[in-house]
Ligand binder design. Structure first.
Ligand code: MD3
Ligand code: FE
Length: 228
């Protein structure tokens, strides 16, 4: 190994602990390709993030966040709610999209601030019918999985990150395929289409309290989908 490789290796290790990668890598503008998923760094400026957060608080007032149980009986660490015609949920009976939330009512409408992002980046002329809102508190994570509960898997998924940084991992269409990771920052937008639509992905951890947008810390991820 040459000196250059050693220096780069040491820098990469230190940049992790000092968060330098985040600072260097998140200039607004050019899209970043991560295993076929396209990430638009800082797509939303601080005002747009704050406006969307206010809209999501309204969603959560109408349909409170819940910690769902997987079919296998594990309680998810991420808290979830939804907007749109249908919302994603899970219990011992299985993963599914439901027309009603836990209190029995219809889900609130997808906020215009969120819909605008889909229309700008999805590349399709059909609107999403489901908007999953994930809340990551301290220690929350999401293990590697595929999104396969939608009726037609040819539509893209659009993901918006708000609040604390989250370490996103994405691989291929087999669980054992190699993966790459990147910190998703507040205001980042990811588009999963084509081959990346069925890629395994997850959130390994968050940097709790380091985001600035949420006064009490935490990460919010909004995913838009055509579910039915
Ligand atoms: C890659 N959410 O809700 S967003 C999920 O940050 C989910 O909360 C994560 O995975 C989060 O299902 C990751 C990025 C993302 C979303 C959907 C995808 C990546 C994806 C669908 C296919 C491939
Ligand atoms: Fe997912």
């Amino acid at each position: 190994m040459g000196l250059q490789a050693i220096v780069v290796g040491v820098l990469v290790q230190f940049s992790e602990s000092f968060s330098m990668v985040d600072l260097f890598d998140t200039e607004p503008g050019a899209p970043v390709d991560l295993m076929g998923s396209v990430i638009w760094p800082l797509c939303l400026d601080e005002d747009a993030q704050a406006a969307m957060l206010a809209d999501l608080r309204d969603v959560a007032r109408a349909a409170p966040f819940r910690q769902y149980e997987t079919p296998g009986g594990h309680k998810m660490s991420v808290r979830m709610t939804s907007a749109g015609d249908v919302g994603w949920m899970t219990d011992r009976k299985g993963y599914r999209y439901s027309k009603r939330h836990g209190d029995g009512g219809a889900w609130p409408e997808i906020p215009a601030s969120v819909l605008d992002v889909w229309r700008a980046v999805s590349g399709v002329d059909r609107d999403p019918d489901s908007c999953l809102v994930n809340f990551y508190g301290e220690g929350a994570r999401m293990s590697l999985h595929q999104d396969k509960d939608e009726a037609e898997l040819r539509w893209p998924v659009v993901s918006i990150s708000l609040g604390d940084p989250g370490l996103f991992r994405v691989g291929g269409q087999a669980r054992t395929d190699p993966t790459k990771s990147r910190w998703l920052m507040s205001g980042d937008v990811a588009v999963l289409s084509g081959d990346a639509r069925l890629a395994y992905h997850g959130i390994d951890r968050i940097k709790f309290g380091e985001g600035g947008l949420l006064p009490d810390g935490g990460r919010i991820n909004v995913t838009l989908r055509v579910a039915r």
